[in-house]
Design a protein around this ligand. Sequence first.
Ligand SMILES: [Mg+2]
Length: 237
Amino acid sequence: MIKKLMKYLIKRSTKLKVDSSKLILFDVDQTLIKVFSFHEKALEKTFKENFSVKASYFDVDFEGRRFADVIKEIGKKHNLDLSEEEILKFINDYSQNFEEILPGNIEKYILPGAKELVQELSKKHTLGIITGSTEKVGSEILKRSKLYDYFKVFCFSNEAKNRAEMVAKAIKKAQNYDFSEAIVIGDSTNDITSAQANHLRVISVNTGHHTKEKLLKHHPDLFVKTLEDKKILEFLK
Ligand SMILES: [Mg+2]
């Protein structure tokens, strides 16, 4: 009887220990790093080269959305009905332009507290990436900022139909890691709603283009001004 109880307690304590580890899914742009000006230049150049129009990300509400969807909608604003083929070519050209425009080392564009937080959390938790960027662009940003190696799971925009699906896919990809709970950290309302669609808790950080009021309307579980806020570590305990 005692032996059995001991066995149960050991099993339980091991499980509790494993359960404290989480899968933490980070957005990239405006959450970990701010390289928006390079995105904007690449967008302007690619639209000009392909369709001779002067386009901007600000033509639409682009935050937290899949790149292909954003391009399609910007095209519409300029009376262009872009075909699948045109979008694929655009994505390819954009990647090339972006890689040329983006400096080789972009560590100085990492947002306040982001590197320290990622370093700290990676000691105990499994970290993942969910980004509206395509694999080529997203990986390049993470590599040139020297953040890439802290992450184990990646879901890029070319892997799913929408952001909620990207979250679900990232969780699926992480199935070999032990975690009791997945949590999303991002700067846009889409980060919040995609987490909620998967019944996950979400931390909203106010370093992007969405206002505090807009973000709070979607009821994130924690709202912080920057990733320097110590409440994040407390929340993820
Ligand atoms: Mg973002």
